[in-house]
Design a protein around this ligand. Sequence first.
Ligand code: PGA
Length: 261
Amino acid sequence: MTATARTPIVAGNWKMNLDHAAGVALAAAVAGRRSEAAGVDLVLCPPAVYIVPVAGAVAEAGGDVAIGGQNASDKEKGAFTGEVAPPMLLDVGCRYVILGHSERRTLFGETDASVNAKAKAALAAGLLPIVCVGETLEEREAGRTEAVVTEQVNGSLAGLDAAALEKTVVAYEPVWAIGTGKVATPEQAQEVHALIRGLLAGLASAETAAKVRIQYGGSVKPDNAAQLAACPDIDGALVGGASLKADDFLAIAKAFASGTA
Ligand code: PGA
């Protein structure tokens, strides 16, 4: 199966940026111009407190744009001050949730085991997880990229059956490329994406692996998106900085629309 059989998915990870008015305006702009990226699944991941107004702005603009959380608890409910449960995200209109982003792993101590528990909880609630993996610069320079990504994929997705894996999106985000302006070359990215697809085949089957969408993330911009989109195993992008501007986000999404045309 080639990349053309997978619907590309471009998600905007707003991180802890924008305010209520700016978030609503950005969502309205993206949803209003959604047709510019026809054939690509679009996802906006605002800070949790802005999910409701952002979902409202998307609905009002009539745009077929999904909403995602940036993180979620592995618990369904209860005494977990400050946490947000997967069913709550679903309840307010989310379809996706980003899990195990490198900022969560490095700044908030998340591990493959905790990401795995969160992925299972998200799937149980009916959310589609976007599970992030990626090596640091130190690990790449030490020739450990394959070992690190293998451990993260196998650990974060452990115990997911074929049906669960098909609902999951994997985001390969080399840590050294996130927010640094240093994008992986298409060859570097494709190599790891192919590795990840092979690991997915090992976890389930080649047939299942061929259905899973694997996004690249790390300094994706309008001027480098087309090259990435042309790679056979790159099925979309997880976009940080460039997702904060409607023009840039849509230009990236458009590159993935043409990349598979
Ligand atoms: P960036 O962030 O596009 O700003 O590098 C990507 C991400 O962290 O998901």
